[in-house]
Design a protein around this ligand. Structure first.
Ligand code: ADP
Ligand code: ZN
Length: 636
């Protein structure tokens, strides 16, 4: 075995035992013993077998899908050392902490440690005391002629492999140098892993890594535990109102709110603070110190919500993120899926909410047009809009995008729960088109809504729009509904935006047909806010059922097993104290899923404790007695 024994000063690794042990363990045994899981997720098993045969591969799996185990399990079974290339120090730190908390000898070599610490790590690697070494690409290049020749390498794992491609959304030039690995170590398998499934990016990764013929494993991209929800056409105050409703349902839960601009991030965080939620911001305008602090506070559950620009999250494996909100439309489905994927890594039900408005389309179209890869980026935006505007099951749109077409409705998105109800909206569309026509197609959507509602906004007054016939023609409807209908008219192609002319609306031929009575128009009823979510436990059961139907995974809990919520809260508190004592994030000690299982099953022996999914041998030994006596005392 390869356990780390904590003595007072410094952990000492009993490495010598490992040399005899690993070959004799089956991969399932490694999974249970080190990670405490009973079964591999779909896809993991085949990938691991492939790597164990010494073959290279590219793995595409959604964020939170379980990529890490695909190289961690082989790493534990091989005799030598596995090198894991990772783009971010925080990501390395997180992974190394999680592995070490399971008694696995993992280390990270990077600029965050002193040279003395790094030389100790180097020595440990040479002496065979390390199983997984996390390293940045540039550091690996430095170490190639110095350290690497002295160690026996069994596998190179390249995490976030899309960083090697200029087509990917996160290009890092340092990754390009990784092409030399194949040449210098032709017999060592390379496992590249990413959540980006884009075809161009995929081919590029294989080419850059000089392994064009390597097998590509594309996993199931479904994350059935993520609830998908979209709200369109809300202005800032509408979004704030909905965020507040949402937060009331998530009073104690960790979450991320992604915003397009720093200003939005700051305002949203302030808004949450005034409503007594602990929230902070994370964006490029902060110092390194401030950013690290925000991330650390979030990881350690000292801060509940981070309002972030897209710069946040890649370095986070926090398993108990319960929700992700997009304050604005993301620029591609890849970005979106990666960001929502940060919720619910532990497999428990988690909520995602996307706000979608015309100003986002305008802004993102502008970015795409200026980007230097105009066609590709406009296409990505178009696909993103397709998701936001969908009136069929949203998960179908996502899975279709990732090359996994399905005809089933998921039952866990707003469209499935609440299918849009249509009505004959011809008259409403005609009113709006008439207003646009009378202004000489010279207005934005916002002004159009003002005119229809009869609002004397500065824009209306400046242009004397209050004197046109359609002013106030739709005053019987709230402006929120008009904004929604106008967005629907854009989606249905009755109007288009003049991007080169202040994004004023222009009536299309299809719109003229409606305006002049040659065609009718259907609109969807504007949806009210969703009712509060069902109880967490019911939702969890439902998610288990979804998992089972879609993925054939762990069976749902029998109905009669009730969770003791008071015990769960007490266990959470115990976990928090332990985390504080040991200076590590609570979710690394145990995931929420493990705590829920403990609160349901209330194990009274350390053996029963060790049977809980997610508790490996090391954690059983380390925490078993403490938790068992805690549970006994809680229910004497
Ligand atoms: P990714 O790197 O693909 O984003 P991770 O490797 O971080 O995802 O895995 C996400 C979560 O799923 C982690 O909390 C991990 O422990 C858990 N997980 C992975 N494989 C399994 C499995 N076979 N059974 C149960 N949980 C798993
Ligand atoms: Zn659905």
């Amino acid at each position: 075995m390869f356990f780390i024994h904590h003595c007072k000063k410094k952990p000492i690794i009993k490495w010598y035992l490992c040399l005899t042990f690993y070959h004799f363990m089956e991969k399932e045994e490694v999974l249970k013993r080190y990670f405490g899981y009973d079964a591999f997720r779909p896809g993991q098993s085949g990938i691991i077998d492939h790597v164990l045969q010494g073959k290279s591969a590219l793995v595409l799996m959604p964020t939170g899908g379980g990529k890490s185990l695909c190289y961690q399990v082989p790493a534990l079974m091989f005799t030598g050392l596995t090198i894991v290339v990772s783009p971010l120090i925080s990501l390395m730190k997180d992974q190394v902490e999680a592995l070490r908390s399971n008694g696995i000898a993992a280390r990270a070599l990077n600029s965050a440690s002193s040279e003395t610490e790094n030389s100790i790590i180097r020595r440990e690697c040479i002496e065979g005391m390390v199983k997984l070494l996390y390293i940045s690409p540039e550091r690996l290049m430095m170490e190639l002629p110095i350290l690497i020749p002295h160690i026996r390498i069994s596998l190179f794992a390249i995490d976030e492999a899309h960083c090697i491609s200029g087509w990917g959304h996160d290009f890092r030039p340092e990754y390009l140098q990784l092409g030399v690995l194949r040449e210098q170590y032709p017999t060592v398998p390379i496992l590249a892993l990413t959540a980006t499934a884009d075809k161009v990016t995929r081919t590029d990764i294989l080419e850059q890594l000089k392994m064009p013929d390597a097998r590509v494993f594309i996993s199931d991209f479904d994350r059935p535990n993520l609830n998908l929800d979209v709200m369109r056409g809300l202005d800032a105050s509408g979004k704030r109102r909905e965020i507040l409703n949402f937060m009331i349902r998530h009073r104690d839960d960790s979450g991320i709110i992604y915003c397009m601009s720093r200003k939005n991030a700051e305002q949203t965080a302030q808004f949450l603070q005034t409503h007594h939620f602990t929230a902070t911001v994370y964006h490029a305008g902060l110092s390194n110190y401030e950013r690290d602090k925000a991330q650390e506070d979030f990881i350690n559950d000292r801060i509940q919500v981070v309002c972030a620009t897209i710069a946040f999250g890649m370095g986070i494996n926090k398993s108990n993120v319960r929700f992700v909100i997009h304050y604005n439309l993301p620029k591609s489905i890849e970005n979106f899926y990666q960001e929502i994927g940060r919720a619910g890594r532990d497999g428990l039900p988690s909520d995602t909410l996307l706000f979608y408005s015309v100003s986002d389309i305008i802004q993102l179209t502008h970015f795409a047009q200026e980007s230097g890869q105009k066609e590709v980026n406009m296409e990505r935006l178009r696909r993103m809009r397709e998701y936001a505007e969908s009136d069929v099951c949203r998960r179908r749109i996502l899975l279709n995008y990732f090359g996994q077409p399905t005809t089933c409705n998921c039952g866990n998105c707003d469209v499935c729960r609440n299918p849009p109800q249509r009505f004959d909206g011809t008259q409403l569309v005609q009113k709006a088109l008439s207003a646009i026509m009378r202004t000489g197609e010279n207005i934005t959507m916002r002004t159009c809504a003002d005119i229809l509602c009869g609002i004397y906004s500065p824009e209306v007054k400046n242009h004397q729009y209050h004197s046109i016939k359609t002013f106030g023609a739709g005053h019987d409807l709230p402006i929120r509904d008009w904004s929604d209908y106008l967005l629907q008219m854009l989606q249905s192609g009755y109007v288009e935006l003049q991007y080169d002319n202040h994004c004023h609306m222009r009536i299309t031929d299809a719109g003229r047909d409606v305006l002049f009575g040659r065609a009718t128009a259907q609109l969807a009823i504007v949806r009210e806010a969703e009712p509060p979510a069902r109880s967490t436990q019911k939702r969890r059961r439902k998610t288990e059922a979804l998992y089972q139907t879609h993925l054939n995974l762990t069976p749902p809990q029998p109905e009669e097993v009730q969770e003791d919520t008071a015990l769960f809260d007490a266990l959470r508190e115990l976990r928090r104290k332990l985390a504080l004592e040991q200076g590590m994030p609570p979710y690394i000690i145990f995931s929420d899923k493990v705590l829920h299982a403990l609160a349901q099953e209330k194990p009274l022996t350390t053996e029963a404790f060790g049977q809980i999914s997610g508790i490996g041998e090391y954690k059983r030994q380390k925490y078993g007695e403490l938790f068992v006596s805690f549970i006994k005392e809680f229910h004497p």
